[in-house]
Design a protein around this ligand. Structure first.
Ligand code: FAD
Ligand code: NAG
Ligand code: NAG
Ligand code: NAG
Ligand code: NAG
Ligand code: NAG
Ligand code: NAG
Ligand code: NAG
Ligand code: NAG
Ligand code: NAG
Length: 576
């Protein structure tokens, strides 16, 4: 016993001696233009000789509206396109939401470049990374990564800048911009690299470069006569092979074909040791597990994603809206009835979104692979319920079902049905909180859920994202939070503010969201006390151990990402 204790002591002692000799580099990253560590100009010159494109100096696009005007800037063009998600994604220094371009100092001062020039605030760089690489190939990414490691730079990977927690910006950091990696290829008999050649895969696969956005992926899918599981938003500007899929990726087709991660056959990725890896079920299967749901900007720089595709399918769009609820009780009965119906709709593989508050309710549903008659039969009892509940009390009820031959054509009509909320998601200041609702909760507590959500007194977006095929995947076969396999709905609440709002005003909006968060318990958000559990569930420890294998120097760290608890709030310095 004594001997064992002594041995343990010695082992522990040796460990601490080893780790002393092995101290990891500096505690803090080198930030832009820090004279004590920032690489000299000739080092950037030699980096640029290794790249296919010149180095970039991203600026907030709004800077074109300030003197001395950026020679290539055009303020009229900026104002015209400010709310266009595709235009914003084209600018290296633009984030989808203005506020992730800004930086709030601890003393409350804000460094920003407001679109509203009448505020009279000078334009500053904020959180936009001031320098970076416009990567077009894995070799470009390798050179960028090796340079960042050598000089201990703080790295930000950016594809479209749509991240909802601002994970693709970072004050003083070095950007690896993957937006221009636009290759697409189709393979009618895809064989994963390293896979057994005695097996036939029969996969009709689409391989997308890391800069491909959903509008481009859908056009490619359609041109090959195949359907690909992806997101929906105004302009379809979200990245199809970057943050969306690394975080899981839900789609109106998910109840039919699973989440985006359930459809990935292979990734290519550059690690922090600047190696290019092909990652699939046979090659680096641990990393393949982790990349499917372990989050963007965490394991390496993805350069391409290969997706399985599906045969073309007809689909029905279901539109129902109720305006001007005459009483809270009627709103409660409609929302509660709708939530109680969600398990049935999920079993029919419907996707879509409902939005509601105490004055209105709307549902835009997508029913793939169903006839108009089948869709009508499924929704009619709810329509009858709504008509009866609102009979004679003055609400406006509108209902229609529209058949489409192709989901790609349907998407345009679906997005149009979402109206202003979706079209104005770019070029705003805002944050959101959200939570997955398990099937069991909806089956048993739909009245309480409706009551709680309506009680918040704000607009709720409720995405029909889970169930069906999503619930049939073995939760432990991939890194994604296993909570997805039991979930049906994803409830989202957002808050926003005008340009120029001071830190006190911004914190007021944030506090309101924190209040919603408290009400909805374990919501996943900026303020999540235990992001590990909320975002990753009991897969967190394994995800972290895989991160440590492939990124031992912690080059890739993002807000509330795997391993981020080892860093301070700004992700500039390791915690002591
Ligand atoms: C208008 C809108 C609509 C949306 N609709 C949907 C939807 O229908 N379904 C859904 O599931 N989600 C949806 N989202 C959420 C969206 O999936 C996330 O915001 C996602 O993080 C965006 O990924 P991105 O690569 O486009 O954005 P970015 O902000 O560029 O990147 C997001 C994260 O991924 C990292 N990253 C980017 N590129 C790479 C790369 N090449 N390699 C490794 N890491 C990388 C970044 O560092 C960052 O952490 C929507 C978001 C918006 C703003
Ligand atoms: C600036 O942008 C506007 C709107 O896109 C365009 O009409 C105009 O020609 C542009 N001006 C210059 C100098 O490029
Ligand atoms: C984004 O850039 C691409 C490539 O230059 C261009 O074809 C596209 O029109 C741009 N989109 C917008 C909305 O400006
Ligand atoms: C707040 O802090 C920043 C950074 O240290 C500094 O530049 C700024 O002047 C400060 N603002 C005020 C009002 O003290
Ligand atoms: C811009 O700021 C000015 C000054 O605060 C304000 O009066 C105006 O309403 C703002 N414009 C917009 C579009 O928000
Ligand atoms: C993109 O495709 C072209 C043509 O097939 C090829 O030459 C190029 O190497 C590809 N680029 C990447 C990054 O895969
Ligand atoms: C392919 O070969 C492997 C290894 O030899 C074997 O385990 C597997 O069963 C084979 N598969 C088929 C479909 O024959
Ligand atoms: C009815 O609802 C519409 C749209 O939601 C709204 O614009 C209008 O003001 C409402 N009317 C009344 C009387 O509340
Ligand atoms: C119609 O609504 C009333 C209350 O408004 C309710 O008592 C009745 O049960 C409803 N009927 C049906 C068929 O839903
Ligand atoms: C912040 O703005 C609000 C509203 O405009 C104002 O009342 C408040 O005094 C401002 N606070 C600070 C610290 O400037």
């Amino acid at each position: 016993m004594l001997l064992k204790a002594l041995l343990l002591f010695l082992v522990a002692h040796i460990d601490s001696v080893l780790s002393l000799n092995n101290t990891p580099g500096p505690q803090c990253r080198c930030l832009f233009s820090d004279p004590s560590c920032w690489p000299p100009a000739d080092e950037f010159d030699s980096l640029s000789h290794q790249l296919s494109q010149p180095l970039i100096s991203p600026v907030p696009p709004e800077s074109a509206c300030y003197p001395p005007s950026n020679p290539s800037g055009n303020c009229t063009n900026v104002i015209l396109n400010s709310a266009n998600g595709n235009w914003r994604a084209n600018q290296s220094g633009s984030m989808e939401s203005f506020n992730f371009e800004t930086f709030i100092f601890a003393n409350g001062s804000i460094s920003a470049c407001y679109l509203n020039t009448s505020l009279g605030v000078p334009c500053e760089q904020g959180s936009v990374p001031p320098i970076g690489v416009d990567a077009r190939s894995a070799q470009d990414v390798q050179a960028a990564v090796a340079f960042a490691v050598k000089w201990n730079l703080k790295v930000v990977i950016k594809s479209t800048g749509h991240d909802l927690l601002g994970r693709s910006s970072g004050r003083g950091s070095f950007m690896i911009w993957t937006h221009n990696m636009k290759n697409i290829s189709f393979d009618a008999n895809f064989i994963p690299e390293g896979g057994p050649h005695n097996e036939t895969f029969n996969e009709l696969a689409l391989t997308l470069g890391a800069g491909i956005q959903w509008n481009e992926a859908y056009a490619a899918g359609e041109s090959y006569g195949r359907v690909i599981v992806g997101g929906t938003s105004f302009g379809e500007s979200v990245g199809a092979a970057s943050g969306y899929v690394l975080g899981g990726g839900h789609s109106v087709l998910s109840p039919t074909y699973g989440l985006a991660v359930d459809n990935v056959l292979q990734f290519t990725l550059v690690t922090s040791s600047a190696s290019v890896l092909t990652v699939n079920a046979y090659s680096h299967p641990d990393l393949f597990w982790a990349l499917r749901g372990g989050g963007g900007g965490t394991f390496g720089v993805v350069t391409s994603v290969t997706y399985n595709t599906h045969p073309p399918t007809p689909a029905t769009l279901i539109l129902l809206s109720v305006e001007n609820f005459s009483s809270g009780a009627i709103a409660q009965s409609v929302v509660s009835k709708f939530l109680s119906l969600h398990p049935t709709l999920a079993d029919l593989q419907w996707g879509g979104i409902a939005s509601f508050d105490s004055s209105f309710f709307s549902f835009s549903g997508v029913a793939p692979d169903t006839t108009l008659a089948e869709s009508n039969a499924a929704i009619q009892p709810f329509v009858d319920f709504v008509r009866n509940a609102t009979a004679g009390s003055g609400e406006t009820v509108q209902f229609s079902t529209v058949p489409f031959d192709s989901v790609y054509v349907l998407y345009d009509a679906y997005i149009a049905s979402l109206g202003g909320a979706a079209s104005s998601s770019a070029g705003l200041n805002g944050e959101l909180v959200s939570r997955l609702f398990p099937r069991e909760l909806l089956e048993t507590e739909y009245e309480k859920v409706a009551d709680t959500l309506l009680g918040l007194g704000d607009l709720v977006s409720y995405v029909l994202a889970g169930g069906g095929a999503v619930s049939k995947v073995d939760p432990n076969s991939l890194g994604l939070n296993p909570a997805w396999r039991k979930a049906l709905g994803h409830a989202i609440l957002a808050g926003g503010w005008a340009d120029g709002t001071n830190a006190t005003g911004i914190h007021q909006v944030e506090n309101q969201l924190k209040g919603y968060l408290a009400v909805l318990e374990e919501l996943a958000s900026l303020y999540e006390k235990n992001f590990q559990q909320t975002f990753f569930g009991d897969h967190y420890a394994r995800l972290e151990s895989i991160k440590d294998i492939y990124d031992p120097v912690d080059l890739f760290v993002v807000i509330e990402g795997v391993g981020s608890e080892r860093w301070d709030e700004l992700l500039d310095c390791r915690k002591a």
